[in-house]
Design a protein around this ligand. Structure first.
Ligand SMILES: [Zn+2]
Length: 359
């Protein structure tokens, strides 16, 4: 994997490559975009390309690592500069702004075991704090990250922290990383991936360089799904339903599967379909919202071609669906919302099968 595996974000990747090639990398970056658009994958590839050992011709960050096998965890002190290590010979295909995929650093990055590339997320937090996974990133976790940031890199020129879904940071956790973002130790880069930029403190936003990830173009989404093992027809169908997000495409795939398992003549199928919602309330809400979006898209399409009473029924359905979408953000049963949406859409002539049919 390398930057060539990041599809649908050509301009953004070009910007990231330019940073790597010039060696001028902002110490605090925000990768912002809808869930399922590839921000986290891009952050990993960026970190990997930055630390690839075949990047020796590039300008190095202010303080390259000072290998000291007896004292790997000590705080940074100004030691005398060591002689520059001999770079490994670059393979002929290596792009100066991308990773080679073959050096030790790239192999460690690809396996998730790179000592200087750390992912901070709720899963890591659960292991670190030895507790169940929580929806929030806590102050203790972020304080630990700032302590790691003070240590010298072990292997590479750059120490990269990727805070995944950084909107999960509670306010005091966000405050805890402000100083690291403002005065980062040399060679330290913090990347925050977020889908809702406004959930970050303005003091974090003002210290960071924001890189936007737009919705994935349909063709890129279909290619990613094909590369993930979907057959071409299925990939096209899910890409059409995915609204530029791999996550939404996967949810639509789950709908298709659940809908296919129900007989069209089954009078209770709206209830049975809704009963298949995930137990996790965040996932259930996301699925319900995706289905309401599909209903809105299908309803608007039908409304344009409808006349008379049918048009009035569809107008009412669209209004009702928008209401249900607002309710999904409040504390209302997701199953009830889904049942209501499905029953009302059938009444307006839009069947469950129509909702999950690409159009
Ligand atoms: Zn490499």
């Amino acid at each position: 994997m390398s930057f060539t595996s990041i599809l649908g974000h050509d301009k953004t990747v070009k910007r990231l490559r330019a940073m790597i090639e010039s060696g001028r990398v902002p110490p605090a970056l925000i990768f912002h975009g809808l869930p399922g658009t590839g921000k986290f994958l891009a952050a990993l590839e960026f970190a990997k390309a930055l630390n690839c050992s075949h990047a020796a011709h590039r300008e190095k960050p202010p303080a390259p690592p000072q290998p000291d096998p007896d004292d790997l965890f000590a705080a940074a002190a100004p030691p005398p500069p060591p002689p520059a290590p001999e770079p490994e010979p670059a393979p002929p295909h290596t792009d100066p702004s991308d990773s080679c995929g073959a050096c030790l650093s790239c192999l460690q990055a690809a396996s998730g075991a790179h000592p200087d590339i750390r992912v901070v997320d709720t899963e890591m937090q659960a292991a670190f704090l030895d507790e169940d996974e929580s929806a929030n990133l806590k102050i203790d976790t972020m304080r630990e990250m700032t302590r790691w940031a003070q240590q010298k890199p072990m292997l590479s020129p750059w120490k990269v922290f990727i805070v995944r879904d950084a909107e999960a940071m509670v306010t005091n956790a966000q405050n805890a990383i402000l100083k690291t973002l403002e005065e980062p130790p040399p060679g330290t880069i913090v990347i925050l991936t977020v889908s809702r930029k406004n959930s970050l403190l303005s003091t974090i936003l003002s210290r960071s360089c924001v890189i936007d990830f737009g919705a994935l173009p349909r063709e890129a989404l279909a290619t990613i799904l094909r590369n993930g093992g979907a057959d071409p027809g299925q990939a096209e169908a899910l890409a059409a339903l995915g609204s530029g997000s791999l996550e939404k495409a996967a949810e639509a795939g789950a709908f298709l599967k659940r809908a296919a398992a129900l007989r069209p003549s089954d009078p209770a199928r709206a209830f049975k379909f809704a009963a298949g919602l995930p137990r996790d309330s965040h996932k259930a809400r996301d699925e319900v919202k995706t289905l309401l979006d599909l209903l809105l898209a299908r309803g608007r399409g039908a409304w344009r071609n409808a006349e008379g009473p049918a048009k009035a029924r569809l107008t009412a359905l669209l209004r009702r669906t928008l209401d249900l979408k607002r309710m999904a953000d409040r504390n209302v049963s997701y199953m009830l919302i889904l049942e209501t949406a499905l029953l009302e859409s059938e009444r307006a002539g839009i069947k469950l099968e129509d909702l999950v049919k690409p159009g």
